[in-house]
Design a protein around this ligand. Structure first.
Ligand code: 13P
Length: 257
């Protein structure tokens, strides 16, 4: 973390979990646990259908709501898809783009990620852009090149003043939902390399101000050590974000000096 130059953001990614009713229950429980003063921003990214319930339930809690994806076209014959304008109109602030599960199961590519980033920024949503390598890629020794490529592709055509509004999440695919966390040093090394890529594209001032999260089995036991790293500015949390006690414990870890 480096609160002097950039926000620390703790974001939950609920994936395909919880109903609207369960969303309300989670918010009520979280309300009783959240610390009064927060030195980090808190975001909860929920399935599309839960967004109205989440907006209502988290109102007055200083918790922003995010979506887990969007489609890049403005409107039209795209059955089943959801546009940036639709999210914005509901009061959504953040949108996860390019999560590895979307890349793996739903055909997301660096090209579609870029289109979605541009669409989100156009309406004023903050993209949370996910990048990360598979175990095979790490073992081949191509992690840094791959992450630089994913990052550069995501930011193609994004001007500097809009790049500052983006959040990047480094999520090693081998650490997602596996209980295997990257070591704090591994996480920091890649987050630092992502910042170097942003510096290369936009210069030192933008690079210094961009929030770069780590995601992949972050939990109450490892959060403090990961967040203590200078280039790890928060977390994108799956499993542990579904349990109010665990999510609060991670927020508290981000609240430490
Ligand atoms: P887990 O925290 O469950 O490993 O999920 C991480 C993730 O994919 C967040 O986007």
């Amino acid at each position: 973390m480096n609160r002097r130059y950039r926000k620390t953001i703790i974001a939950g990614n609920w994936k395909m979990n919880k109903t609207a009713t369960e969303t309300k229950k989670f918010a009520e429980e979280l309300k009783t646990m959240l610390p009064k003063a927060k030195w980090c921003d808190v975001v909860v990214c929920v399935p599309f259908v839960n967004i109205p319930a989440a907006i209502r339930a988290f109102k007055d809690m200083r918790v922003a709501i995010g979506a887990e994806d969007l489609f890049y076209e403005k409107s039209g014959a795209y059955t089943g898809e959801v546009s940036a304008d639709m999210l914005k109109d509901l009061g959504v602030k953040y949108v996860i783009i390019g999560h590895s599960e979307r890349r793996q199961y739903f055909g997301e590519t660096d090209v579609t990620v870029n289109k979605k980033v541009l669409a989100a920024l156009e309406v004023g949503l903050h993209p949370i852009i996910c990048v990360g390598e598979t175990l095979e890629q790490r073992e081949m020794g191509i992690t840094m090149e791959l992450i630089a490529l994913q990052t550069k592709a995501a930011f193609a055509g994004v001007p500097a003043e809009k790049a500052r509004k983006c959040v990047i999440a480094y999520e090693p695919v081998w650490a997602i939902g596996t209980g295997k966390t990257a070591t704090a040093e591994q996480a920091n090394e890649v987050c630092n390399a992502i910042r170097a890529t942003i510096r290369h594209l936009y210069g030192a001032r933008v690079a210094r101000s961009v929030t770069i999260q780590y995601g992949g089995s972050m939990n109450p036991a490892n959060a403090a050590e990961l967040l203590a790293q200078p280039d790890v500015d928060g977390g994108l949390i799956g499993g542990a974000a579904l349990v109010p006690e665990k999510f609060t414990a991670i927020i508290n870890a981000a609240n430490q000096e």
